[in-house]
Design a protein around this ligand. Structure first.
Ligand SMILES: [Ca+2]
Length: 346
């Protein structure tokens, strides 16, 4: 009798465990199926601008006193006060369609479309000197911790026309941010358009909507394309996008700027230095060549805003004060830009 009871109990426990496993599998399958079935839009509607807008596609960022920096990562320190003068800024990241118009008009060839100079990088093997870009590929599992080489791969043939490698294209994706560019490419576009790249201070001031830092700005932003789930292996895409999103799919900030946080990192015109100690004049001027003094060891520029790959467990850089260095001669699939115009305000 006792033995029968114990056997029944064991059976019940086994059955419960089996049901739990089945429920977990069903949940996982449904979640995965939902991800596959998700229809990600190829374009998002932007609000109409007044026909009399002084600079269509741009918004005015009024001047003020910026508290440059943050305290989450070392490179964001120290927080410094910087006076920023007013300027116009693209309300979205530059799109594939916009960059295509530039290339069509000028015949410009991007850095990723050219072979890497062996004299500059003698250490690289021949296959890494082929024209190409670094593309994110989610690994099936992780070996040996957080080595980024497990999810970043140099793909020959990847460039702005082929964002995720030679076999991919931007057909139908004109409203997506252009990626796989470098500082030189972004600057060439800006000059052609009669614009400039923002400085780090201008970008950060605009991302905060020309206001002081807020208490909530360390939180993962709701209105941005970032990463939900365990980076880099599980991307639940609760924000609607597994990878890049077309520009303008999330609510803009108080100035009307879209996607300042998330989606793609954005190139600034400031040389990268590892902290905010070496700032030159603390007042932005209309014609200056960069707030930072030159002299950084590496030829890198500051990039801002984080990307669709920023997750709470890795790279919490979906914040106005966050920053990273980006090598000037390396195109990457999570990096784009927007331009500014220094002209009288409205
Ligand atoms: Ca996302």
């Amino acid at each position: 009798m006792f033995q029968n009871i114990m056997t029944s109990k064991r059976l019940l426990v086994s059955l419960a465990a089996l049901l739990l496993a089945l429920a977990a599998w069903l949940w996982w399958s449904a979640d995965k199926a939902q991800g596959h079935a998700r229809q990600e839009p190829l374009q998002c509607a932007l609000p109409a601008q007044s026909p009399s807008a002084a600079h269509p596609g741009m918004v005015w960022v009024p001047g003020g006193m910026l508290q440059l920096g943050d305290s989450v990562y070392r490179e964001e320190l120290p927080v410094r006060s910087v006076v920023v003068k007013g300027f116009w800024m693209d309300r979205t990241e530059v799109t594939n369609a916009q960059f295509a118009a530039f290339v069509h008009a000028t015949g410009y060839v991007t850095v990723a479309e050219q072979a890497v100079d062996a004299k500059v990088h003698p250490e690289l093997p021949p296959d890494l000197r082929l024209p190409g870009a670094v593309v994110f590929i989610s690994p099936n599992d992780l070996v040996g911790g957080g080595n980024p080489a497990q999810w970043w791969r140099y793909l020959p043939g990847a460039n702005w026309r082929h964002p995720a490698g030679q076999k991919t294209s931007i057909e139908g994706r004109g409203a997506f941010p252009v990626v796989n560019l470098t500082f030189r490419d972004a600057q060439a576009y800006a000059q052609w358009a009669g614009r400039a790249l923002p400085s780090e201070a201008q970008w950060e001031w605009a991302a905060r909507a020309a206001a002081s830092p807020t208490e909530t700005e360390h939180a993962q932003p709701a209105q941005a394309n970032t990463w939900q789930g365990l980076f880099p292996v599980r991307n639940s895409a609760e924000d609607g996008f597994v990878g890049l999103a077309p520009v303008g799919c999330y609510a803009p900030n108080a100035l009307g700027l879209f996607d300042m946080l998330g989606n793609v990192w954005e190139i600034t015109r400031d040389l990268y230095l590892p902290d905010h100690n070496s700032l030159a004049p603390e007042v932005e001027t209309a014609d200056y060549a960069g707030l930072r003094t030159a002299g950084g060891a590496a030829a890198s520029h500051v990039i801002k805003g984080g990307s669709f790959l920023c997750a709470p467990n890795y790279c919490m850089r979906y914040r106005p004060g966050a920053r990273q260095a980006q090598e000037d001669d390396l195109a990457v699939g999570h990096l784009g830009f927007r331009t500014i115009l220094q002209a009288p305000g409205p």
